[in-house]
Design a protein around this ligand. Structure first.
Ligand code: NI
Length: 298
């Protein structure tokens, strides 16, 4: 008799939990893209947390890239991480970024093009390349560009031990500091490979993880016209544009790409500047930006 009572009590509790859980999900359904809500749902239903992929992530080319959202760790339910792919801003601001350099020949050419136009960008440099050409990184920093960390030799950090991840990051930050006198505050993980474990290590170093919202796939060397077309098609306020200053076609694409973006009214800022501009009212911002940018579309 006592056993039946206990079983019935258990079933009642289980049923109540399921109903409450369903109501929780139903109540939050108007905002399914909200990463925080989704993370909360995952914690409530106590199932392993799957990566939450937003629209911005879907438009990026790297499979499994998680961005613009809180990523809850299955092992650390109360911690969350954010990778920046784009930033909701109240104006026509974009951030161009160039990875994998510096290149001894191409990066100085790019710096000249940027200087002529008064454009500031962000370079995510590879540590061993910095060691070979510290003067180029020093010049970029002196001319107002931001220098970010892109690891020492471009591994997928998610496949390395904690100690190796820290080594990749620290060695590169030290090389950047030696060249520029400034420690980087941004990390772009090679291949966009990121998980909660690596994210925690990056944040322990006081750095933010930066991905991208526009990827012209310039590393496949599709030709400068294609690189330009893809960047122009993807650019929108708050965008972080990925490209590489180690491919000739990318540098060839830059004069007309940058001029076209300037003609559309875009203003170039570094990634840290873009992040600092984040709007607390993204919904109102989206409407305002859509109106603000529409005259540019002819
Ligand atoms: Ni890279």
């Amino acid at each position: 008799m006592k056993t039946i009572f206990v079983v019935r009590l258990f079933l009642t509790l289980l049923f109540t939990t399921v109903v409450l859980s369903a109501q929780e999900q139903g109540a939050s359904s108007p905002a399914p893209s909200n990463g925080v809500v989704a993370a909360v749902i995952n914690v409530v239903s106590s199932t392993p947390v799957a990566p939450i992929v937003t629209n911005a992530a879907a438009s990026a080319s790297s499979a499994g890239m998680v961005c613009d959202t809180k990523m809850a760790s299955p092992t650390e339910a109360h911690s969350s991480f954010r990778s920046y792919c784009s930033v909701p801003v109240d104006g026509p601001y974009i951030a161009m970024s160039f990875d994998d350099g510096p290149s001894a020949t191409l990066t100085p050419r790019l710096l000249d093009l940027l200087k002529q136009r008064g454009i500031k960008v962000t370079f995510f440099v590879i540590g061993q390349n910095v060691e070979h050409a510290p003067e180029i990184v020093a010049r970029a920093a002196a001319e107002g560009h931001e220098i970010g960390n892109h690891t020492w030799d471009h591994p997928a950090l998610t496949k390395l031990s904690d100690a190796r991840v820290q080594e990749e990051i620290n060695k590169t930050s030290e090389a950047i500091f030696k060249a520029t006198g400034k420690k980087p505050v941004l990390l772009r993980p090679p291949y966009g490979a990121m998980n909660p474990r690596v994210h925690r290590l990056v944040e322990q170093d006081g750095m933010k993880v930066v991905l991208w919202s526009v990827d012209p796939n310039d590393w496949k060397r599709p030709g400068s016209a294609v690189v330009e077309r893809r960047i122009l098609a993807g650019a929108k306020p708050g965008a972080i544009i990925l490209s590489h200053d180690i491919h000739p076609g990318t540098i060839e694409a830059m004069p007309s790409t940058l001029d076209a973006l300037l003609a559309k009214g875009y203003k170039f800022v570094t990634v840290s500047e873009l992040i600092a501009m984040e709007s607390q009212h993204p919904k109102a911002t989206t409407t305002a930006l859509a109106t603000a940018t529409s005259p540019a579309k002819k």
